[in-house]
Design a protein around this ligand. Structure first.
Ligand SMILES: NC(=O)c1ccc[n+]([C@@H]2O[C@H](COP(=O)([O-])OP(=O)(O)OC[C@H]3O[C@@H](n4cnc5c(N)ncnc54)[C@H](O)[C@@H]3O)[C@@H](O)[C@H]2O)c1
Length: 260
């Protein structure tokens, strides 16, 4: 029964993570909310989830750049909530620049947050899932885990890496009742892509909305951005018993972007 499970969603103070938290909480799944919010704001968010959905919810603002913080995040969550049954590695950042000019600190941060943090979180969460004989690990990758785009060397390297990690983990966990999958979304309407939209609007002297449409249709045949809740509903399905045979997959949800 999913309503007896605990889900930890990294980066759940915004965008896809926050929307996913609402979708899971509506099914009675208890939550470890996480993201870069001050502690008092994060605790307020957790209290709001508890009040709205009648679930247990806690908050942690561990910086995913730091391995020790990730260990504390998982250990603290298991201690306080009793278990982490569902791990959603969702937090991510973006920076666009040609490979030649890509700042080293941005490269290191993208690899650390978008890829290495998922590896560390899994290492600390797996023993608990194995002892329960059940687990769901869902890595929020991207179409950029499947194809490349100019100016996204670090992001594409991290997301392709996350897809590779997903496949290996699925093989290692196949007999343990634990599934591991990557979701590969196209454009999703969240703050992560606002800089890219603003850059187009400025360069072409057009409105933010017109720039958004241009960004979406440049690569994605289905000419609309996805709502973050759609990713949340997909994640909920992957947590269900019906999805128990789906493992080791990199699943596009991309308006036919990668069908081309
Ligand atoms: N928006 C899109 O179009 C899109 C498309 C495909 C994949 N994705 C992926 O979806 C995931 C979520 O993205 P989003 O669009 O919801 O972004 P967002 O900017 O709305 O949210 C990012 C979250 O990550 C957290 N975070 C960032 N750096 C952190 C750090 N150092 N330590 C801890 N937490 C940190 C933030 O606090 C926030 O909660 C990312 O992995 C992103 O790559 C997004």
């Amino acid at each position: 029964m999913l309503n007896q499970k605990v889900a930890l969603i990294t980066g759940s103070t915004s965008g896809i993570g926050l929307a996913t938290a609402h979708v899971l909480a509506a099914q009675g799944i208890s939550l470890v909310l996480h993201g870069l919010l001050p502690t008092h704001e994060g605790k307020k968010l957790a209290n709001e989830f508890s009040a709205q959905y009648g679930i247990n919810a806690m908050f942690d603002n561990a910086d995913l750049m730091n391995v020790e913080s990730i260990e504390c995040l998982i250990r603290h969550a298991i201690k306080q909530m009793g278990s982490v049954d569902i791990l959603i590695n969702n937090a991510g950042i973006q920076h666009t620049e040609s490979a030649e000019n890509f700042p080293l600190e941005k490269w290191n941060a993208i690899i650390a947050i978008n890829l290495s943090a998922a590896f560390h979180a899994v290492q600390y969460a797996l023993p608990n899932m194995k002892s329960n004989g059940w687990g769901r690990i869902i890595n929020v990758a991207s179409v950029h885990g499947l194809v490349g785009s100019v100016n996204k060397s670090a992001y594409c390297a991290a997301k392709h890496g996350l897809v590779g990690l997903t496949k290996v983990l699925a093989l290692e966990c196949a007999e343990q009742g634990i599934t591991v999958n990557a979701i590969c979304p196209g454009w999703v309407d969240t703050p992560l892509i606002n800089d890219q939209i603003s850059a187009i609007a400025k360069k072409q002297d057009i409105t933010f909305e017109a720039a958004k449409y241009q960004l979406v249709t440049a690569k994605q045949p289905l000419p609309e951005m996805m709502a973050p809740e759609q990713i949340g509903e997909f994640i909920l399905f992957l947590c269900s018993d019906s999805a128990r045979s789906i493992t080791g997959s990199a699943l596009p949800m991309d308006g036919a972007w990668t069908a081309q």
